[in-house]
Write a protein that binds this ligand. Structure first.
Ligand code: BES
Ligand code: MN
Ligand code: MN
Length: 462
């Protein structure tokens, strides 16, 4: 029976080329101009799952972009793994900051990736990581080593908050029934410090609009006498943090889970170099909530950030004007026990309350989701940990991530199953940014490690 390393040796060039083909299709879910490309990508995923040995594969239409579902069920007495991933990607802009075109993948070497990395939108988030699972399945089916049942659910709307996946999950509980959910859509500490993501933050995303006078005004004739919505919005946003970078919304921290000193000490053992962190970002200091380390600020603590702010004149030259309206998009990252709907309400009430006379304020919620933490004393975690031990020669470190995959908590709620997050990306992959890339080493390491998870999980489930 061929082992995974020799299978990888024989097939890795083909695997890389297949991924490159997938990355060429601009499956931007947020932009309706790309609707056809999103569909084309779903069809390509369907074909790849068929080729990898799934017996049933279907494209499931939703009110938005379709979900690709595939399965290979070998024995009802064996456990079932449900693989989730997403084939949609973030918009590529600002496009002028890319060194090569976002949908014309190229392989280049970097300091972190002497073996080369594929540069393209979606390379790491999440086409590259999702495709590792397709290739791992291909290996297990062609060499007759699939040790359990497997289901694939690959969606096309993750980057826009999975608005239709929840409906699909609620309506297809029997079809999706599983013993564990497996996702590669996160990162690890570094190539020689493997880690398993044990937590994701929740999210509440809102848009705010501040309206002053009913039309744009001459800033000389009216300036100083009417509320300027941009000035006011800036002040309101500033007031959302106090001098300790604590969020000032009443009730915001009420349900935040406080970790014990020993848990925090355990977390602090993860390798982290502050100088390096500052260097790669070209900043002279980190910034954040008083009393917490950088790692804590991005994992166990909730945050509030403006993602975009606009209004008034932003074209060439100067225009003397007081705008009628100002806008901002604001995200709040949440931690376990904070409820995103409740937080959204608290934000709305507070933001409306702090608006001074002379302006009107509108708060529109976009999307959100709950945070997630997974236990490390489960069969699933042990299966993953042993898989990494085998292929990295090291025990992986459990680590909470700052990012969000809101659908994970819904899986737990609706399907009653836990999720194992085996991410193989690096923070330096530049996901959502220009020059996103995924290391070829990481891609192949993922394909190598996944079959051991299957094997260990099947054995531990006996
Ligand atoms: N794969 C990311 C989330 C992620 C990345 C988690 C790295 C942990 C480590 C996912 O595609 C994503 O971008 N999620 C969004 C939320 C979504 C509702 C748009 C996020 O975290 O901003
Ligand atoms: Mn993702
Ligand atoms: Mn993403």
């Amino acid at each position: 029976m061929q082992n995974i390393n020799s299978y990888l040796n024989d097939n890795k060039d083909r695997f890389i080329n297949e991924l490159i083909d997938l990355l060429k299709i601009p499956s931007i879910s947020a932009d309706s101009a790309y609707k056809n490309d999103v569909l084309k990508t779903a069809e390509a995923i369907k074909k790849s799952l068929e080729k990898a040995g799934c017996t049933t594969v279907e494209i499931c239409n939703t009110a938005g972009h379709p979900i690709v579902y595939g399965e290979k069920l070998i024995d009802a007495n064996l456990p079932t793994i449900l693989v989730y991933g997403h084939y949609d990607v973030q918009p590529a802009d600002p496009i002028e900051l890319w060194d090569s075109a976002p949908f014309e993948p190229v392989i280049k070497t970097t300091d972190k990736h002497p073996e080369g990395a594929i540069f393209a939108r979606g390379a790491s988030d999440d086409k590259g990581q999702m495709y590792m699972h397709v290739k791992a399945l291909e290996y297990m089916t062609t060499t007759n080593q699939l040790p359990c049942n497997v289901k694939f659910m690959i969606e096309g709307e993750e980057e826009v908050g999975s608005p239709n996946l929840s409906v699909f999950v609620k309506n297809n509980k029997e079809k999706l029934r599983n013993d564990i959910i497996l996702i590669s859509d996160t990162g690890m500490i570094s190539k020689d410090n493997p880690s398993i993501t044990t937590g994701l933050r929740g999210l509440s995303y809102v848009e705010v609009e501040v309206t002053g006078p009913n039309r744009d005004l001459h800033s000389g004739l009216y300036g100083g006498a009417v509320a300027n919505p941009i000035n006011i919005l800036a002040e309101m946003i500033t007031s959302l943090h106090d001098e300790n970078n604590h969020i000032t919304i009443p009730g915001f921290y009420d349900k935040v889970e406080e970790l014990s000193i020993s848990e925090r000490e355990e977390m602090a053992k993860a390798p982290f170099n502050l100088e390096h962190y500052k260097n790669v970002l070209d900043i002279d200091a980190v910034y954040g909530e008083t009393g917490y380390s950088t790692n804590e600020r991005t994992s166990i603590r909730p945050t509030l950030d403006v993602n975009g702010i606009w209004g008034g004149y932003t074209g060439e030259g100067a225009k003397t004007v007081i705008a009628s309206k100002a806008f901002a998009k604001i995200s709040m990252r949440l931690v376990p026990h904070q409820d995103w709907k409740e937080i959204t309400k608290l934000f709305k009430t507070h933001f409306e309350t702090i608006a001074p006379k002379g302006v009107k304020v509108k708060v529109t919620p976009h999307h959100g989701g709950q945070g997630y933490v997974t236990p490390i004393n489960s069969i699933g975690y042990t299966a993953a940990s042993k898989a990494y031990q085998h292929t990295f020669g090291k025990t992986p470190i459990p680590q909470r991530s700052g990012g969000s995959i809101p659908i994970v908590s819904l899986f737990e709620q609706e399907l009653k199953s836990k999720t194992i997050l085996m991410g193989f990306g690096l923070d330096s992959d530049a996901i959502h940014s220009p020059n996103e890339h995924f290391g070829i080493w990481n891609f192949l390491k993922g394909i190598e490690t996944i079959p051991y998870f299957y094997k260990n999980f099947a054995e531990l489930s006996k």
